[in-house]
Ligand binder design. Structure first.
Ligand code: CDP
Length: 202
């Protein structure tokens, strides 16, 4: 069976948590496409050329905790503006989406550009303040030296860059189910996503 779930939304909206839970519930594979851009961003911070980094990306580059820092997130959103970098990452994402047994991909342009024919599309959002607070706690929990103010500024700056870029901007697909997680617990958000995907599976 081929069944693709596209989960998009702004920074730290809860896409990762929801995607993992949906994938586990249905036994689908999960790809966090943000990690692709983060891995390219990290290589650029280390001195690489963005396009070369994107073209030579290896799956093992994604297994790296250092990709979760705010610096790498900013570098990711800067390389994500470059159309050629995005093109270099398309085939990998589309093949993942077509794998037998079902796939969940989360990112910014999955329902609009990477998998416009996805079987189920979700657009997960929350207020910038909620998202920043959650990300702040997450980074703090990992022992990172960050301030709440810095994290909010980072989230707002990336959302602006991601939404205003010419290629594959952050925008909800017309046929995406929107979930605002501002006032939902993790369980409520996950259950809403699972119920929607279930309705598409029939
Ligand atoms: O975890 P968070 O939502 O903060 O970010 P992420 O999903 O890891 O994505 C990091 C950055 O990669 C984003 O700010 C986007 O600029 C870029 N990205 C993208 O352009 N397209 C995607 N499909 C996924 C991420």
């Amino acid at each position: 069976m081929i069944f693709t779930v596209a989960i998009d939304g702004p920074a730290a909206a809860g896409k990762g948590t929801i995607s993992k839970a949906v994938a586990a519930h249905f036994g689908f594979a999960h790809l966090d496409t943000g990690l692709l851009y983060r891995a390219v961003g990290a290589k650029v911070l280390a001195g690489a050329d963005p396009l070369t980094a994107a073209k030579t990306l290896d799956p093992t580059d994604l297994e790296n905790d250092a990709l979760r820092t705010p610096e790498v997130a900013q570098a990711a959103s800067q390389v994500a503006v470059i159309a050629e970098v995005r093109s270099a990452l398309v085939d990998f994402q589309r093949s993942f989406a077509q794998r037998i047994g079902g796939a969940v991909l989360d990112g910014r342009d999955i329902g609009t550009v990477i998998c416009p024919a996805a079987d189920a599309k979700l657009f997960v959002t929350a207020s910038p303040e909620c998202r920043a607070e959650r990300r702040f706690k997450e980074l703090q929990g990992k022992g990172m030296d960050v301030s709440a103010q810095q994290v909010l500024a980072d989230v707002i700056e990336r959302d602006k860059r991601d939404s205003e870029r010419a290629t594959a901007p952050l925008i909800a697909a017309a046929d995406a189910q929107q979930i605002d997680t501002s006032d939902l617990t993790i369980d409520e958000a996950v259950n809403a996503a699972i119920a929607f995907v279930q309705s598409r599976l029939g």
